[in-house]
Design a protein around this ligand. Structure first.
Ligand code: FAD
Ligand code: DHB
Length: 389
């Protein structure tokens, strides 16, 4: 098989890139290790920045997002018995959209299928070859067949555990990592959200987040031990713990019900530099991870895709190589800002096992400053709604 861009990974990064390239007349093939059903069963991000919703519009896949997504003009933050609101619309003139990553991925699969886009599922042993030459190719096995794809470029969109990043020789890449000493236990339940807006809670017992997918589908998270297992947490234990971490008024009105999904996510900050080698370009979780506080993972993946599809379009349209040569530097400049914001918000909101009383007082003082200072609120809101591409 031959294509212009071989895309490794059929998660949101790979699919969005494939669809944006298609809209600009560039052919691609997506290789995905799992089944489509498996990819669509993963419950992940829920808050989309304007940059991502604009990309969905450019990709021609925003009809359902516009009809079913919820615009959020602000969020609530609580600490101790205090609660305050960050008014994104007033502070920045922008808002965010609540629409699940699962739905983004579903819409992108539908668009790729409608356009006859080539996708290979259950691709095993995906291997990248001659990446530092002008004629790279990718091999894999699928449905018992050996497959070879000759291409001009390879996009590594295969997530943190993928093969693409590891194809860059170790001597040529630097990896920067911080692992946090706790996880997030998340549940999805068919109950009305406790509040129309998200609530981020710094409590004495640890972080909690009240989020949602729609009027009858809630997503809640609580900070847990990194070694906890989801099945060791009964639904009742989860709801009891959540109630203890949110303000009394919300705890009293919280509607509980059986969980329809329960999982634990580890928290990690990670960046691989550079994000390109030869004809290989990394996008999304393949190159970087943020802790989820502030919902930057999917959104940062989207900004990579934005830079890469534009660079490839410029190359194919007028032979201009400046975009592809500068991809890594351009993407990393924004990645590091998202890393800083996610690290800062995580550090502010969680209980750390080695935290001293002084450290805790610093968190509370910073939250009090944020509550009372418009400049601090503006800085936070600008990051939350998404820095410009
Ligand atoms: P992925 O979604 O990881 O997709 C990569 C794809 O590549 C996968 O489908 C995988 O099967 C495939 N693949 C892997 N290896 C290979 C291979 N060798 N060959 C072929 N295919 C391969 N972000 C938020 O903003 N908010 C959240 O609440 C949030 N929660 C999260 C919870 C969890 C458990 C995880 C893991 C992530 C979460 N994130 C969250 C982050 C967000 O989901 C990711 O940033 C986003 O999925 C990145 O998209 P991606 O396409 O780059 O990577
Ligand atoms: C969600 C996850 C986040 O990490 C976040 O900051 C906001 C919302 C969610 O899954 O809904």
């Amino acid at each position: 098989m031959r294509t212009q861009v071989a895309i490794i990974g059929g998660g949101p990064s790979g699919l969005l890139l494939s669809q944006l390239l298609h809209v600009h007349g560039i052919d691609s093939i997506v290789l995905e290790r799992r089944t489509k059903g498996h990819v669509l069963s993963r419950i992940r991000a829920g808050v989309l920045e304007r940059g991502l919703t604009d990309l969905m519009a450019t990709a021609g896949v925003d009809a359902r997002l516009r009809a079913e997504g919820f615009r959020h003009d602000g969020t609530l933050i609580t600490y101790g018995d205090r609660i305050f609101r960050l008014d994104f619309a007033d502070l920045t003139g922008h808002s965010v959209t609540v629409y699940g990553q699962t739905e983004v991925t579903r819409d992108l699969y539908a668009a790729r299928e409608a356009a006859g886009g080539r996708m290979v599922f259950e691709a095993e042993d995906v291997t990248l070859h001659d990446v530092d030459s002008d004629r790279p190719h990718v091999t894999c096995r699928a449905n018992g067949d050996d497959i070879r794809i000759d291409c001009d470029f390879i996009a590594g969109c295969d997530g943190f555990h993928g093969v693409s990043r590891r194809t860059i020789p170790a001597a040529l890449r630097q990896e920067h990592e911080k692992v946090y000493p706790f996880g997030w236990l998340g549940i999805l339940s068919e109950t009305p959200p406790v509040d129309p807006e998200l609530i981020y809670a710094n409590s004495e017992r640890g972080f909690a987040l009240c989020s949602m997918r729609n009027a009858n589908l809630s997503r809640y998270y609580i900070q847990c031990d990194a070694t906890d297992r989801p099945d060791a947490w009964s639904d009742d234990a989860f709801w009891d713990e959540l109630r203890r971490r949110i303000p009394r008024a919300q705890a009293e009105t919280l509607v509980t019900g059986p969980s329809i999904e329960k999982s634990i996510a580890p928290l990690r900050s990670f960046v691989c530099e550079p994000m390109q080698w030869g004809r290989l370009f990394l996008c999304g979780d393949a190159a970087h991870i943020v802790p989820p506080t502030g919902a930057k993972g999917l959104n940062t993946a989207a900004s990579d895709v934005n830079y890469l599809y534009r660079a490839l379009h410029r190359f194919y349209a007028d032979g201009d190589k400046s975009g592809i040569d500068g991809y890594s530097a351009q993407a990393l400049a924004r990645v590091w800002k998202a890393e800083r914001f996610s690290w800062w918000f995580s550090s502010l909101m969680h209980r750390f096992p080695d935290q001293t009383s002084f450290d805790h007082k610093m968190q509370l003082a910073e939250l009090a400053f944020l509550e009372s200072n418009r400049a601090a609120q503006t800085a936070m809101a600008e990051n939350y709604v998404g820095l410009p591409y």
